[in-house]
Write a protein that binds this ligand. Structure first.
Ligand code: SDX
Length: 424
């Protein structure tokens, strides 16, 4: 529980003083509990939640000025380079890194839930083959709520925990099948002899005709690290969506589908796809300068740049860039888009327009270049983000349901018509 500091903020309104309690966490800013403002007949007003802490959490800490990202206290750079994605999943879900025995047990649990009910595969057929993969994911993940609803008791901790395992286990299968469906290839089923990232790439790229398809271990390692870099990120828009949906007691699979929908937007998880499209539009380094002028006149945004919280650098972008260099050199790929991205970054980081606005590369700026090197098509980039973030979403859902919570129900500043009568 947060520490009540005994300190108070005093709000003076209409000659009256309202004392508002101040609480401290273990890291980060103190918070002012504003619920007593209501008694004064006022609401607080904070569109976009720029200065609002929506909940108390122990999962992830971000210091935007120092470029710090901790998952249960562990720095993201250590997790991305020293732990597997499934170990990070275990950490986010349970609060601690697993022992060797716990890791093996968790891996087996996930391995035993990678299949989906065979009737789920029929939901894909309702989509056109050229449907955006994120539209398909919203549909098929939401459909899982129909298979795990009867008898589900959100108050039952065992029901909640098996839900987390099922979602971590099944999301790669549904993501790979989404890709297969859009390219008209048959679904490839998960295998129990492959690691999590290997299994995903196997389901993505193996075909029935190529029974001996082998996943390149360099790509599997890069994929696993990309999953870890996207696993969780505090109360971002999609996680807040999952928490708000979950606060009504809604089916968890439906809540995750809501998170997928929120992530899809180009201002959020859809940015990785938008970065590659932006690099395609710019084409060559010679076009960078005129493009930057269009950014400054606000005709376009520099996708993959800027962040609501990070005002110095996104620690994930640093690891992503290192991984980018490793993968491309290991594969002997000389991708001109990497050179273009680096030139964009160089110019942006030395331009007062971006410096004044504290705009730096975020997690999405380099991820697309690696995903392309792995062979993943641009339209699937946000699906990869959703796959990896599912564990973060369900960790926050579990945390909310592990203690007392209230249904989320914000108010508003009403500026519409006053009451009036219909005149016929
Ligand atoms: C993710 O919240 C999270 O944690 C998200 C995420 C996660 O892991 O969950 O980190 C994942 O969503 C990363 C962000 C991916 N989005 C993009 O890369 C899209 C491009 N970025 C922007 O849309 C923007 O930077 C946001 C949405 C990320 C943040 O927007 P804010 O905090 O609301 O900032 P703002 O829009 O108020 O911008 C402040 C100023 C404005 O200029 P002025 O009006 O002051 O002149 O900066 C400008 C903006 O126009 N600006 C940009 C810009 N981002 C902000 N200008 C050009 N290009 C950009 N990318």
């Amino acid at each position: 529980m947060s520490a009540a500091t005994g300190k108070k903020a005093v709000l003076e309104l209409d000659g009256k003083k309202i004392e508002l309690p101040i609480y401290s966490g273990t890291l980060g800013p103190d918070v002012i509990d504003v619920k007593d403002v209501l008694a004064s007949g006022h609401f607080t007003f904070d569109p976009g939640f720029m200065a609002t802490a929506s909940c108390e959490s122990k999962i992830t800490f971000i210091d935007g000025d120092k470029g710090v990202l901790l998952h249960r206290g562990y720095p993201i750079a250590q997790l991305a380079t020293q732990a597997s994605y499934l170990e990070t999943c275990y950490l986010l879900l349970s609060g601690e890194l697993p022992t060797a025995e716990q890791k093996s047990d968790f891996e087996n649990k996930v391995r035993n839930h990678t299949m989906v009910h065979d009737q789920v595969s029929r939901f894909f057929n309702g989509f056109r083959r050229d449907a955006h993969p994120m539209a398909v994911m919203c549909g098929v993940v939401g459909a899982l709520s129909a298979f795990y609803h009867n008898g589900f008791d959100v108050e039952n901790v065992d029901h909640r925990e098996i839900t987390a395992v099922r979602l971590v286990a099944k999301i790669p299968t549904l993501a790979a099948w989404t890709y297969k469906y859009t390219i008209g290839q048959p679904f490839v089923y998960p295998r129990n002899d492959l690691s999590y990232a290997e299994n995903f790439l196997y389901m993505m790229f193996a075909t029935p005709a190529d029974r001996d398809y082998k996943v390149n271990p360099i790509l599997a390692k890069a994929m696993d690290r990309i999953f870890t870099l996207h696993a969780d990120h505090e109360q971002n828009a999609s996680t807040s969506t999952v928490r708000l949906a979950g606060s009504t007691g809604a089916n968890p699979y439906a809540c995750i589908a809501a998170g997928i929908a929120a992530l899809w937007g180009p201002a959020h998880g859809g940015a990785n796809e938008a970065v590659l499209k932006m690099l395609d539009d710019i084409g060559t380094v010679e076009n960078v300068a005129p493009f930057m002028e269009k950014v400054k006149t606000k005709e376009v945004k520099l996708m993959g740049f800027g962040h609501r919280v990070y005002k110095n650098f996104d620690p994930r972008a640093k690891v992503m860039k290192e991984t980018c260099d490793e993968v491309l050199s290991a594969l002997g790929i000389n991708d001109p888009q990497l050179a273009l991205a680096m030139e964009l970054e160089r110019i942006a980081l030395s331009d007062p327009y971006f410096i004044e606005r504290k705009l730096y590369p975020n997690v999405d700026f380099y991820s697309g270049i690696i995903l392309k090197a792995i062979g993943i098509p641009t339209e699937m980039f946000t699906v990869i983000f959703a796959l990896a973030r599912t564990v973060g979403w369900i960790s926050h859902w579990l945390e909310m349901h592990s203690g007392p919570y209230k249904i989320g129900r914000p108010r508003q500043l009403y500026t519409g018509e006053t009451q009036r009568d219909i005149k016929r």
